[in-house]
Design a protein around this ligand. Structure first.
Ligand code: ARG
Length: 459
């Protein structure tokens, strides 16, 4: 018989059991479920709702069940619906009537809210360490590449020279925000819902604060309806994970482009590329592509969660059982992507000559030539126009700006002198942009040092 079978005269259709059972995917929360039950039972004993001996027996048995699950001795049942009732049923099978007292003053509605918060708190920690690992690799690459000049792009057209370190540190900032967002999300997740009951709390004198402390929560939920019907923490996490994937996907997109013969800025290690079954010459950046592709399913989870919640009246509705597959898949996907991405990045070969050569083309120093004229007293808008004409001349004569002779320069402006060649060299274009946040090696080094401090305090 079902744990809730008293009110029923007939059993559930087998198809319905299969349909609404969640044990298939919520069994992964067995540890949190047991820890939550132990805290609840200890508290029931402490406040005298059950006796100290009963509490003791329940807790010991729950610990035995935990170790039996971990050594593979427990078989969960679809008919017992979910992880909560599976464990309660095993408890009752082992200790009878005492086991039947565990669920006093509790509902699966506050139980599942608790388990999910506890489970996701752990996953947030894991994902955060994976991000920090990736960020540390970014700092290592950046430290070695403050002098590797490459083109910076807008519209995927070469724009102005930067360095590889500057480019890598841009991603560092993105992942830093991801870490901060996860911390922020964790704060709101870290609130203890037990004591909300089914929706309206309970008449038993439960000590909610005690349970919260036992389970490592700094606060308890303030409204019993909200305590059981809130899934904001799941949606917020899915949103943090979506943004992480968006960042990874942009990075992957660049690495895919950079691996092409057309760019040839980097080469992935053989361990992180794959071949073609028909074209013998191919070395494809599949890992990066797959991460880019998996971004879609994480966004999908976020949209599924938002849509699932959008019309739910207070408080608990069974719709909410759908939260788990979505958020678990998003968590699993991010956890699968981050370490492989980090390894791919740390083993990638950088082709600095090709980066430099690319920065030499495309008139990436045209802005610097205009700025040079401004320093000689020409208003910027006029300087812009003069340099525009010089670029057109270069295009027609197949030259770069640095290749123009002094005579050619003077055709366009008598203000141009010999010092122009220094002013428009790629090295000066980069090293003169030394404002905080700029690509000059000194500015990027300062940012790398900030990054090291952040990693030091975040771990
Ligand atoms: N398996 C359910 C879920 O994941 C647990 C809560 C069920 N509560 C209920 N009243 N049916 O949401």
């Amino acid at each position: 018989m079902k744990l809730w079978g008293g009110r029923f005269t007939a059993g559930t259709d087998k198809a319905v059991d299969d349909f609404h059972s969640s044990i298939r995917f919520d069994s992964r929360m067995y540890r949190q479920d047991i820890e939550g039950s132990i805290a609840h039972a200890e508290m029931l004993g402490k406040v005298g709702v059950i006796s100290a001996e009963e509490a003791e027996l329940i807790c010991t048995t729950l610990r035995e069940i935990l170790s039996d699950i971990e050594s593979g001795k427990v078989q969960f049942e679809t008919e017992a619906e979910d992880i909560h009732m599976n464990i309660e049923k095993i408890l009752i099978e082992r200790i009878g009537d005492t086991g039947r007292k565990l669920h006093t003053g509790r509902s699966r509605n506050d139980q599942v809210a608790l388990d999910l918060r506890m489970y996701l708190k752990g996953e947030v920690g894991t994902i955060k360490s994976m991000l920090l690992e990736l960020m540390s690799v970014l700092l290592d690459i950046s430290e070695k590449s403050t002098n590797i000049v490459m083109p910076g792009y807008t519209h995927l057209q070469r724009a102005q020279p930067i360095t590889l370190a500057h480019h890598m540190m841009a991603y560092f900032q993105m992942f830093r925000r991801d870490v901060e967002r996860l911390d922020d999300c964790y704060g709101r997740m870290n609130v203890m819902p037990l004591g909300s009951g089914a929706l309206a709390g309970t008449t038993y004198p439960l000590d909610r604060q005690y349970v919260a402390e036992k389970l490592g929560f700094p606060a308890i939920t303030e409204n019993s309806l909200d305590g059981v019907s809130d899934r904001d923490f799941v949606i917020e996490l899915a949103s943090c994970l979506s943004i992480i994937m968006m960042h990874l996907s942009r990075f992957c997109e660049e690495l895919i482009l950079w691996s092409s013969a057309e760019f040839s800025f980097v080469e992935m290690d053989d361990a992180y590329s794959t071949g073609s079954s028909i074209m013998p010459q191919k070395k494809n950046p599949d890992v990066a592509e797959l991460i880019r592709g998996k971004t879609g399913r994480v966004y999908g989870s976020l949209v599924a969660l938002l849509t699932m919640m959008k019309a739910l009246p207070l408080a608990y509705n069974k719709d909410m059982q759908e939260d788990k597959e979505a958020i678990f898949d998003a968590v699993d996907t991010v956890k699968a992507c981050l370490p492989v991405f980090t390894k791919m990045l740390s083993t990638m070969k950088i082709k600095r000559e090709n980066m430099y050569r690319a920065a030499c083309g495309g008139f990436t120093n045209a802005t610097d030539l205009a700025d040079y004229l401004v320093k000689k007293g020409i208003p910027f808008r006029s300087a812009h126009e003069i340099v525009g004409r010089i670029v057109l001349y270069c295009i027609n004569n197949d030259k770069s700006l640095n290749e123009l002779t002094m005579e050619e320069f003077r055709e366009f402006s008598p203000k141009i002198e010999d010092d122009v060649y220094r002013a428009i060299s790629l090295e000066s274009c980069v090293s003169d942009r030394r404002l905080p946040g700029g690509p000059a090696p000194g500015s990027v080094m300062a940012s790398i040092e900030n990054g090291r401090k952040f990693l030091g305090s975040a771990r």
